[in-house]
Design a protein. Structure first.
Lengths: 191, 364
């Protein structure tokens, strides 16, 4: 019964997360981080490792709820914990080869399928991130302002000191073309 | 360059819905007719999607970092360390206990199996080489003899062939019979049967466990006494002397011939001989006679590890035993006379002897 209630609450939290409510995110974060921190520390990780791993798990969760087809079958805590274990296992394997795998880590609750989709998305994100950091300023700022922060061209023109919106727009197209080129170069070779 | 840019601009305007109706239809027409442009449009859509995802994720990460900064890290750290230490202590303790238990189990198993092996070995050493030659009778061996006996005689011997069987021989004319102790040990009732098939009830009146001998007395009114044709030889015989025996390894009397091969028995037992003679289960208690027809020993057992090595208690020992028996139980001392069998050939000896050799049947 208690478990059932817990899962109901977890589902509500996830609903909030899907809508982008900061409150839900905060609750999920602060309730689950300590457990993960303990687990990572126990397996010779640092606090920064714990933070990275946990945030990646949250991102996985976020991607899932964004897709709408995600139904929580276990408690949220269990889900996050197993995803974190899995991520940490991968990271340890990546860094140390086959060395130093504690036996408890091997018995991971299967979280592989959750992570496969995430890895593809993560890859795309890294490519975009790389492309963005390569186009340099002010291109990056202009594009971010326009596409991500949804500012109008007028605002952007004022912020960056263009004489009018049309000039800013031209600049934006130039930047956009470079970004697209950088992105697709990487994107097509990596796929 | 210029063209690309204007195309990009068109695509953007098209996707963002900034085109007028006229422009839009023209552009859609263009998309339809020019696959290259169409591809560009799709590519741009994909790109915008990725860009959107990128933005979302960046935003999310920013939020996460902000939340993370609000956490009370020192407290969390301490908490985690404490619980980890507790868990470690517990796991160490558990591991130690498990290891200890495993070690104890191994030690226990090892010592037990060692004991078992050693016991087995010692037992093999002492007994496996020596085997009583009493016979275990089963129902299949219910014999013709028994049936004939049942029809012809009025003796009341049970039809059942008994549980164990051995051989015995008379040491006096009036019904005293010597056999092996192990044949009659634990018996409820004992019957002796001669070669004619007559069975008599007998009781064990004297037993000597150390030399494995027992004296039976026939307690049956139908028994008629007759003089013994042989004597008990008081001296021990020499090595190499030819001996023969008669016993009941089956329901028929069986003759066997051999020689004395050593003056001591199993494990240096001085009251016995080692005899090279074929013996089988059922030969226990059979008389061992020399060529003159004197009893020189009683077959008791054989060595299992090699064939043809049997053991027989010396007749001198038997005589000694008979002398020591309580006076009221003592058999008539008619074994001291000279043997009537001397000088006869073996066939005649056997013919005379077989009346005094009995099959001992034991019921328990």
């Amino acid at each position: 019964m208690k478990q059932h209630q817990d899962i109901t609450r977890d589902r509500e939290l996830l609903l909030g997360l899907a809508k982008g409510e900061d409150k839900s995110l905060e609750i999920i974060y602060s309730e689950n981080f300590p457990v993960v921190l303990r687990m990572i520390l126990q397996h010779n990780g640092s606090e920064d490792d714990a933070k990275d791993i946990f945030q990646e798990a949250i991102i996985v969760l976020y991607e899932k709820v964004q897709n709408n087809d995600f139904t929580l079958s276990s408690r949220l805590k269990t889900f996050l914990y197993s995803v974190c274990r899995h991520l940490w296992l991968k990271k340890v394997q990546r860094t140390y080869g086959l060395y130093s795998l504690s036996p408890e880590l091997e018995e991971v609750i299967p979280a592989t399928e959750e992570l496969e989709a995430h890895q593809a998305k993560d890859q795309e994100f890294r490519i975009m991130e790389g492309a963005m950091s390569n186009i340099g300023q002010p291109c990056q700022a202009i594009l971010e302002d326009y596409y991500l922060h949804k500012r109008s061209m007028q605002e952007i023109a004022e912020k960056f000191g263009y004489t009018n919106a049309e000039n800013a727009k031209n600049q934006k197209y130039k930047c956009l073309m470079r970004l697209k080129k950088l992105f697709f170069d990487q994107y097509n070779t990596s796929l | 360059m210029k063209e690309e840019m204007s195309l990009l601009r068109d695509i953007e305007r098209y996707l963002e819905g900034e085109m007028s109706e006229q422009e839009k239809t023209a552009f859609e027409e263009l998309r339809r007719t020019n696959p290259l442009i169409n591809k560009q449009v799709e590519e741009h859509q994909l790109f915008l999607l990725h860009l959107g995802n990128y933005g979302q994720r960046q935003q999310l990460q920013a939020k996460l970092n902000r939340i993370h900064q609000q956490l009370d890290m020192p407290a969390l750290r301490q908490q985690a360390q404490e619980s980890n230490q507790a868990a470690k202590r517990l796991s160490i303790r558990r591991r130690t206990i498990t290891n200890l238990a495993a070690a104890a189990c191994i030690a226990l198993v090892t010592s037990l199996s060692t004991i078992a092996v050693i016991q087995n070995v010692t037992r093999n050493k002492s007994t496996a080489q020596y085997e009583d030659v009493r016979r275990v009778l089963n129902n299949i061996q219910r014999s013709q003899n028994a049936l004939i006996n049942d029809i012809n005689s009025k003796s009341k011997a049970p039809l059942n062939p008994g549980t164990y069987g051995g051989t015995g021989f008379a040491v006096s004319g009036n019904g005293y019979i010597v056999t092996n102790y192990h044949v009659v040990a634990g018996a409820d009732s004992v019957y002796v049967q001669n070669t004619k098939g007559e069975a008599f009830k007998a009781v064990s009146i004297f037993e000597d466990i150390s030399s494995d001998l027992a004296v039976l007395k026939i307690a049956d009114s139908t028994f008629k006494s007759q003089p013994l044709p042989y004597a008990l030889k008081p001296q021990s015989v020499k090595i190499g002397e030819e001996v023969f025996t008669m016993g009941f390894p089956r329901d028929e009397i069986v003759y066997g011939k051999g020689y004395i091969s050593a003056k001591t028995g199993f494990n240096g037992d001085t009251t016995a001989y080692q005899v090279s003679i074929p013996v089988n289960p059922g030969n226990s208690g059979a008389p061992l006679l020399d060529s003159r027809g004197d009893v020189v020993g009683i077959v008791t057992g054989k060595q299992t590890t090699s064939d043809g090595i049997a053991f027989a208690v010396k007749s001198a020992h038997l005589k000694h035993l008979l002398d020591e028996m309580p006076k009221d139980k003592q058999p008539r001392k008619d074994w001291n006379h000279k043997s009537h069998l001397e000088g006869m050939n073996r066939v005649d000896q056997i013919k005379k002897l077989e009346d005094f050799v009995y099959m001992v049947k034991v019921y328990n």
